[in-house]
Ligand binder design. Structure first.
Ligand SMILES: [Zn+2]
Length: 838
């Protein structure tokens, strides 16, 4: 699965996850001796109705005699349960599930070998994008079962290691089509009802079952014997990028070759729809894709790169996740890291010049991995715990695999992966079993130290008395943290480049290097899950001698050093601006620098520094921008954000106004940046009229419009914005994380606290308590003692929300960290712009 919030900075919210729930001492797992050999599920669904009903038969087998029958059921109304055993029927009393949604019946006698369980039930459509729910367009229903949500649609053994064969049939009003993991076996029409029966599934876990009910357009893909199709609800106008078919085929063939294992299943269709905050989901044979992930043709290379990677990722799940499945939810990183690892390889191989989005996964992970983050492997007992899955399971996990690959060598690592796939084909795997693949205890320790510990080390190279040392230190100052780190040094003797691999497992170690070494780079390959400083008297390797991945790592590391005070912040900014002035607009590096400057406004430039920082950029950036032309190019997007929203440049603002007033904004590739710029620079009256425009904006544009409207510059506008979020106009849209947009503006952080406090009841009515626990993340970019205090005061009366306290503590930790750094950064900005007004 992937959450779209992982893809944009607007979505820092939900990026760091944690949860420290306390559990009653009660079994949270089904009995391990009970297996589900097959299950038949029949559902009666009318998309116009809120209630659905069904009957199911579970064929259970028992590894040892038992007198307890258990299964999962969540918010279902169970009407009738009976057991069929040795030809006899035993009615069972309907029982309520326990806190882990497990229903247990005392069997009337000791059961041996096997029995069947028959359950009649009904349920309600979910009001969130989980279980069985309505697409926002109302005309179709979709499902999202990962994690632990299948049990909200039918009773089952809803655990990843209870793989089984499922046979589905669905009755609907005659005008609807039903899609499922497998192909249709038969369709029977009677009066106004249509019964769609499906072929049995391969053995799979409940999380990757899927249904879609509605009217769909189907586009065939050329995928050989798989005969794939892409389904889109009829009312959604979607154009798939022309490369879609190519990326699906290339992913399959590349992964088949890499793993020397054929595509494990017989079907690979796709369904596009409104999946809320899920970007895509690997449901076996019917992969879900959120329509908001599909980039416009004129979107940036980065957006296309990310979409391609998303598709490669979902295809890769056929092996990692669907065929080889995590043993339990605490091994989720195995599902997601392997798919990210392989997806990056597919993109780098297929699009070597447009693969920037696949570099340095660690640099994203570093943003979230601190002392309060969750380790990759952590205890999961309930659905609530799985909400702690964050981008680290993707980015940190992949970075870890890449470090291992570099340590053992590409070929040797490929052999290991092939062995893994061969050994565990069709089964479930735990982290322990993965670790056992590696015979070298050092490598085992690499995996355990990075999956069990949070944060990441700072690696330093130094020289004293002609001896070279390498050392590690926890960036969060926890003395007990120690990692086993595969480090690969890139060396230069003035002529030749070479690499030196070592395993850093102590706090400080000696390194033996050749005498002729002149320059070093501490992260050869750009895959190290650490920050690094060269404090030795070796020079840094000239940047043009680094690979593109290494350059990405170098730039990212330099930024981190500038934020943490190892390098002066404005010296670093100046280097960026100088580099930008020499680049052509639209090159990936120019885009990257513009994005870095935007990020600086979001994360590092605080209230007193906004004006001098802006003056500095206005004075030193020498780009000549023709706005009309720029807005027709992909790079116009981030340029409009930097100039229109942050530097409030009048030419940019006028260009945005022109587009909006001429009506060209509908369907405009940079609609989001244009709305953000208008919101920020509008008068109060103009802003009111923008808010009024929301109801008339076409559905396809509403998501971008609603986010863009949040980039405001006054408490007056922020109040209007929050009222819009809480109004009926946004029903069916995810509003929780959008509260952060006004808070991006350092001038509005304290007043936003008051505005939110005044709307507490409406917020509680609108957002489920499961989601409310993440609300403090809206303040993740807050950055002063005063703001920290205000945030704590706001949430004081929210403490009854389960899980909120730990989220607040992570946010608060981030605020403190930022406050410490911001003082130094602020001084650096002021020093660089001594004449600017404050
Ligand atoms: Zn995934």
């Amino acid at each position: 699965m992937q959450s779209p919030r992982l893809f944009c900075l607007c979505a820092i919210f939900l990026l760091i996850f944690s949860s420290f729930s306390s559990f009653a001492n009660e079994a949270f797992r089904l009995p391990q001796h009970t297996h589900l050999s097959k299950q038949a599920v029949h559902l009666n669904i009318d998309p116009q109705k809120q209630v659905f009903s069904g009957v199911t038969t579970l064929h259970l087998s028992f590894a040892k005699p038992t007198d307890v029958i258990s299964y999962h059921s969540k918010a279902l109304n169970i009407k009738d349960v009976y057991l069929q055993y040795h030809g006899k029927r035993y009615p069972l009393t309907v029982q309520a599930p326990n806190q882990y949604e497990i229903v247990s019946h005392k069997a009337p006698l000791k059961l041996k070998d096997s029995a069947t369980l028959h359950i009649q039930f009904s349920g309600n459509l979910s009001s969130h994008h989980e279980g069985l729910f309505r697409g926002r367009e109302q005309a179709y229903l979709l499902t999202q079962f990962q994690s632990m949500e299948a049990r909200g649609v039918f009773p089952s053994l809803d655990e990843p290691n209870k793989k089984s064969i499922f046979k589905f049939s669905v009755s609907t009003p005659i005008e609807y089509d039903v899609l499922h993991n497998t192909r249709v076996h038969s369709i029977t029409k009677q009066h106004a009802t249509k019964l769609t029966q499906f072929k049995a599934t391969p053995r799979l876990n409940t999380d990757i079952l899927s249904l879609a009910i509605g009217q769909f357009n189907a586009t065939p893909l050329d995928t050989g014997h798989l005969k794939s199709k892409v389904y889109v609800p009829k009312r959604i106008p979607i154009t798939l990028p022309t490369y879609f078919n190519q990326i699906v085929n290339a992913s399959i063939s590349h992964i088949e070759t890499y793993l020397d294992a054929p595509f494990p299943f017989k079907k690979l269709d796709f369904i596009v729809g409104n999946y809320g905050s899920v970007a895509a989901m690997e449901n076996l044979g019917l992969v879900s894709i959120n329509y908001n992930q599909i980039p416009d043709l004129d979107a940036t290379d980065k957006a296309h790169c990310q979409f391609k990677k998303l598709i490669a990722h979902e295809v890769a799940h056929s092996w990692f996740g669907n065929d080889i499945t995590m043993a339990w939810y605490d091994d989720y990183w195995l599902n997601e890291s392997f798919t990210e690892f392989i997806a990056a390889k597919v993109i780098q191989n297929l699009y070597p010049n447009q693969d920037l989005c696949t570099y340095t996964p660690q640099s994203r992970a570093f943003k979230d991995d601190n002392s309060k983050a969750m380790p990759l492997v952590f205890d999961v007992k309930s659905r609530k715990d799985t909400l702690a899955y964050g981008q680290l399971h993707y980015t940190k996990g992949r970075a870890l695999l890449e470090m291992l690959e570099q340590a053992v060598g590409e070929r040797a690592f490929q052999s290991l992966m092939r062995r893994y796939v061969d050994l565990y084909h069709g089964q479930n795997v735990s982290t322990k079993q993965f670790i056992k693949l590696f015979e070298d205890p050092n490598l085992q320790s690499v995996i355990s130290s990075f999956t069990r510990q949070t944060g990441y080390p700072l690696v330093t190279l130094s020289r004293h008395n002609n001896q070279i040392f390498i050392e590690q230190k926890d960036l969060f100052n926890r003395p007990e943290q120690l990692w086993t780190i595969p480090v690969s040094l890139k060396l230069w003797d003035g002529g030749k480049i070479s690499t030196h691999k070592l395993m850093l497992s102590q706090h400080k170690q000696k390194v033996a290097l050749n005498k002729d070494v002149k320059a070093v780079f501490l992260d050869a390959g750009g895959v190290g899950y650490f920050r690094f400083v060269n404090q030795s008297d070796f020079e840094d390797i000239p940047i043009h001698k680094l690979s593109r991945q290494e350059k990405a790592s170098f730039n990212d590391n330099l930024q981190a050093l500038a934020i943490t005070g190892h390098v002066d912040f404005m010296k670093y900014t100046n280097a960026l601006v100088t580099e930008l002035n020499l680049l052509q607009l639209g090159t990936p590096r120019a885009d990257e620098i513009v994005s870095t400057l935007i990020d600086a406004y979001l994360e590092h430039v605080q209230l007193n520094s906004v004006s001098p920082y802006t003056s500095y950029l206005q004075k030193h950036i020498k780009l000549k921008i023709q706005w009309q032309q720029a807005l027709e190019k992909p790079y116009g997007n981030s340029l409009m954000k930097l100039y229109g929203v942050y530097m409030q440049d009048s030419n940019a603002v006028n260009a945005a106004k022109r587009v909006y007033q001429s009506g060209e904004h509908i369907g405009h590739a940079h609609f989001d940046a244009i709305v953000m710029t208008l919101a920020k620079n509008a008068t109060n009256e103009e802003y009111k009229s923008l808010i009024q425009d929301f109801s008339a904006i076409p559905t396809t544009e509403k998501e971008a419009f609603l986010s863009g409207l949040g980039y405001v510059d006054s408490a007056f506008k922020a109040a209007l914005y929050y009222d819009l979020l809480l109004s009926d106009e946004t029903q069916g849209m995810v509003i929780d994380y959008r509260f952060q947009f006004p808070i991006f503006n350092p001038a509005l952080r304290v007043s936003s606290v008051q505005l939110i406090n005044a709307r507490k009841n409406e917020i509680f009515n609108r957002i489920s308590s499961e989601s409310l626990q993440w609300f403090p993340y809206n303040f993740l970019l807050a950055c002063s003692d005063e703001q920290n205090k205000a945030v704590h005061q706001l949430f004081e009366s929210w403490q009854s929300i389960s899980g909120l306290k730990s989220k607040l503590s992570i946010v608060s930790d981030g605020i403190e960290q930022c406050t410490l750094n911001s003082e130094r950064i602020g001084k650096s900005i002021l020093a660089a712009s001594p004449h600017s007004k404050q």
